[in-house]
Write a protein that binds this ligand. Sequence first.
Ligand SMILES: [Zn+2]
Ligand SMILES: [Zn+2]
Ligand SMILES: [Zn+2]
Ligand SMILES: [Zn+2]
Length: 342
Amino acid sequence: MELPVAEPGTERGEGPLIQCPYCDSEAMHKLAQILLPGLAAVCVDGTTGDPFHSPSVVAVDLRREMVDYITQRSESFIADALIESEANQEGPDAAVPDDPFEAVSVFMDDFGSTKRNIIGHVSGWLLSDSRDDKIDDLVQEMEATRFWPLERREAVAETLLKNVDLRTRFHCPEKYESEARLADHKQQCSFRPVACPNDGCRARVSVRCARDHDAACPYKPLQCEQGCEKRLLRRDMDRHCVTVCPMRPMKCPFGCDSSFPDRDLEKHCAQFLRPHLIKVLKAIHKKARSEDELKDLALKLEKYDGDGKLAKALDARPLTNAVKDLEAKMKAEHSSRRAVLH
Ligand SMILES: [Zn+2]
Ligand SMILES: [Zn+2]
Ligand SMILES: [Zn+2]
Ligand SMILES: [Zn+2]
């Protein structure tokens, strides 16, 4: 890339100053992210209502044109801002927009408006849901086919970022008169890239962004959010928490109002055996028995259940089966006792 205009007073010496090449990895990443939907929007707007061209067919040409256009705009960004501020008779400081992402979005929009066809200009289209859907679809297709891979977008984003980041918040402003002094600086530059230490993560991030990256890195090992024993990668957390985590909340299978961690199901079933039993007995005996009779029967079954089979049934079907078994046994015992008595 071109060396930016040297600012006087950064470093003593006569010859041209050499700029530190490092920039903010997260900002570059963010800028690279908005390039793809930006291009997709241009492709969709340019081909809406056109029976001969699909958005993905025009994408190759439009990508090249768009990159050229926004790169040129970024190069003349300082000059354009100054001219505008003079026209508006503002101080030079007011002219410097300090959000590189907004600046690049404006470039992309301006490019897009030159490519819009008749339908693309019709009011309402730009705000419609079907436009958003088409853009989303195209972005997904481009991602799936690696049409414009992130690494290549990042290279474009780096150039843009350095050109439009006039307040040097997102790239290193340091300049040196010799390669040797620059090399010394690079060793400790806060924008210097380091590899993410998390196993499996291939990101290289600026030292100053390392903490932010770590706080979002998909490969960071974490303790389970729901508090089970397991340690897992951030990217696996959501799935773990809803599928296999023993602490995931579950509803009582017998329809109690309470919910509890999945691993407490056995405890709950032992603790609430009586109400569960009554529900099951109600289903078995329909309306043949009164509430009180059902309670008595539940009590009897619990007493009769020597080896605690009832409490071990963790769902309605196994509990129903256990109840039926016990009732059959009780009946058989009862009639054999009667036979002995008579
Ligand atoms: Zn630096
Ligand atoms: Zn990482
Ligand atoms: Zn867990
Ligand atoms: Zn329950």
